[in-house]
Write a protein that binds this ligand. Structure first.
Ligand code: GLA
Length: 383
């Protein structure tokens, strides 16, 4: 009797696991990349949008205008795929002006004080586009240029974007040849590989400015998301959001994300001067692990959908920006109004203003050298 029961149990379990495997296999699909027209720039250049789909059905749409990630779907705990990034419905939406939604940022991510720096005794001036400072590359940064796109179809699908920035473009020295490869992996991660070379000494700091909202199709603000940053220091800023040069320990401040904490908990703690200056979080966190190997640096969890996001990078820092300047004046995809703190950015980078702060890690690129960094954003669900 006992033996019969055991056999029955084994048979039932085998059938159960087999049917689970079948249903897993049924949901698997072939990875693909396709393109479609996305509109025209003001000077009539035709722009495309590329859809990258992995074997699990995650879809990332990227346009060669600004290298912008327009949409990105990720599963929640019930395998429901929803859009997890802010963006516009069409090219015109981006041309009308957006705060860098999903875009590639260059030549220099974040701020350069007074738009000035000196290399080999020559002073260079970048147009001021953020009060008295230069932000994200100048007036027409890499977020607003047309990239040459090349789809990559190997084991995983990717999109290679290249752009040559002329000597003197936006005030920066040297002809800079840039290549960015987006690879959508089958484990629901997107890897971004950045490369650049120059023919003259220059400065480079490339990143991506995606605004995430893991609730799915932007259901509410991001204050309930929980964040962990593998960083024991951050860079305090002045009133123009330029780092003061101090590396401050996060311990005992609202900037301590060494353990999972909600974004909203301390974001309005006006007893902290840095919270006041940033209008919330808008600072660079410096990773405890200072190596340039690919390391896990950030984890995010959204409790209502149970979506998780993990960030890996070779960079030494990241700008955690809590969408403080969003103010409801922009309506994005699916008619969603982007109110204050409806998206957050995890911009992996070298330190802001490093060209003027010699103690900060080097951002100078010499002819003959290759700038190369990698960042990975990986989605999952908490069980
Ligand atoms: C960066 C900056 C912010 C803000 C956004 C764009 O993250 O640090 O201050 O300018 O870009 O609005």
């Amino acid at each position: 009797m006992k033996n019969h029961f055991t056999i029955l149990l084994i048979v039932t379990a085998t059938i159960f696991f087999q049917s689970c495997r079948d249903s897993e296999e049924r949901t698997m699909q072939t990875a693909s990349i396709t393109s479609a027209p996305f509109g025209q720039t003001a000077d009539s250049v035709a722009i495309d949008i590329y859809s990258l789909v992995n074997t699990q059905g995650m879809t990332v749409k990227i346009t060669n205008y600004g290298g912008i990630i327009v949409s990105w779907t990720a599963p929640d705990s019930t395998r429901n795929y929803e859009d997890v990034v802010l963006g516009m419905e069409n090219l015109q939406g981006y041309l009308n002006g957006v705060p860098y939604f999903g875009a590639l940022i260059g030549r220099y991510g974040n701020r350069i004080a007074k738009g000035k720096f000196t290399l080999d005794g020559t002073e260079y001036n970048i147009p001021l586009n953020n009060g008295e400072n230069a932000l994200h590359g100048g007036l027409k940064g890499f977020d607003k240029v047309v990239w040459t796109a090349q789809p990559l179809e190997e084991e995983e699908v990717g999109l290679e974007l290249s752009y040559v920035s002329d000597n003197g473009e936006e005030g920066y020295p040297g002809k800079l040849s840039v290549e960015v490869i987006y690879t959508l992996k089958n484990d629901n991660s997107l890897q971004i590989d950045y490369q650049a070379t120059t023919d003259k000494t220059t400065v480079v700091n490339l990143t991506n400015h995606t605004y995430f909202n893991l609730t799915g199709n932007v259901k509410r603000d991001i204050l309930g998301h929980e964040v962990m940053l593998a960083a024991n220091k951050f860079l305090p800023v002045d009133k123009g959001l330029i780092p003061t040069g101090e590396l401050r320990l996060v311990t005992g401040t609202p900037f301590d994300f060494t353990e999972m904490e909600s974004i909203g908990k301390r974001i309005n703690d006006t007893t902290d001067t840095q919270i006041v200056l940033g209008g919330g979080y808008d600072h660079a966190w410096v990773f405890t692990d200072e190596s340039d190997k690919l390391k896990s640096v950030a984890k995010v969890y959204e409790p209502t959908s149970k979506r998780t996001l993990e960030v890996f990078t070779t960079e030494p820092a990241l700008q955690f920006y809590s969408g403080n300047f969003l103010d409801g004046s922009l309506t994005g995809k699916n008619g969603k109004v982007y109110g204050k703190r409806y998206g957050f950015c995890l911009e992996t980078e070298h330190y802001p203003d490093a060209p003027n702060q010699p103690e900060f890690p080097n951002t100078v690129l010499l002819p003959g050298e290759t700038y190369a960094t990698t960042t990975v954003y990986k989605f999952g669900v908490r069980k």
